[in-house]
Write a protein that binds this ligand. Structure first.
Ligand code: SF4
Length: 177
């Protein structure tokens, strides 16, 4: 299910330029879920095309999972004002669309706390759960979920890139297992 280009299910419709649709391979067994589109994504209508996207692309390539072989999306498809995190109500409004995107995947990697909270339906302490696979039920089927840091966190903390490298390594073991 794709949101219509004029979707008005939540308040984020008011400030967007584009509804940012997923990118990558639509039939990939692995999906990366970010928080929300930023300014560059809003302008381009594609997820992860700004600075965070550059980090993600580089790490995916390095890890043997190039961007064109994975599915990339966000919890909400419209940009929150001032790059704030999406509210629970906004994520809830966009969840049917996200669930339809994730249905049938083998592995989900959540990038950042908002995406993990949205899918796990609980709060998470990132440092305690990053790179520790768990399971989530999407439309009646269990899928492995790996919580990971958002690539943007690497701008302020150099260890985040190493953590994301580990995320990709762990994800590959589930894909190949
Ligand atoms: S964030 Fe999702 S639910 Fe809200 S307006 Fe955009 S597409 Fe619709």
């Amino acid at each position: 299910m794709r949101p219509p280009e004029d979707c008005r299910r939540c308040a984020l419709c008011a400030g967007r330029t584009n509804v940012v649709m997923p990118d990558g391979d639509p039939s990939s067994p692995i999906a990366f879920v970010g928080e929300a589109p930023g300014a560059k994504e809003d302008a381009a209508g594609r997820p992860f095309v700004g600075s965070s996207g550059k980090v993600l692309n580089q790490l995916l390539e390095e890890g043997g999972l190039p961007r064109e072989r994975v599915f990339i999306t966000n919890t909400v498809k419209c940009r929150p004002p001032n790059n704030r995190a999406p509210t629970q109500a906004e994520m809830d409004a966009c969840l049917p669309c996200l669930e339809s995107e994730l249905e049938g995947r083998k592995v989900i990697v959540t990038l950042g706390r908002s995406a993990a909270r949205d899918l796990l339906k609980r709060d998470i302490v990132m440092k305690d759960e990053v790179n520790r696979p768990t399971k989530v039920t999407i439309r009646g089927k269990e899928i492995v979920l790996i919580p990971a840091y958002h690539p943007a966190a690497s701008f302020y903390n150099r260890t985040v890139k190493d953590s994301l490298r580990e995320t990709i390594r762990v994800a590959r073991t589930y894909l190949e297992g």
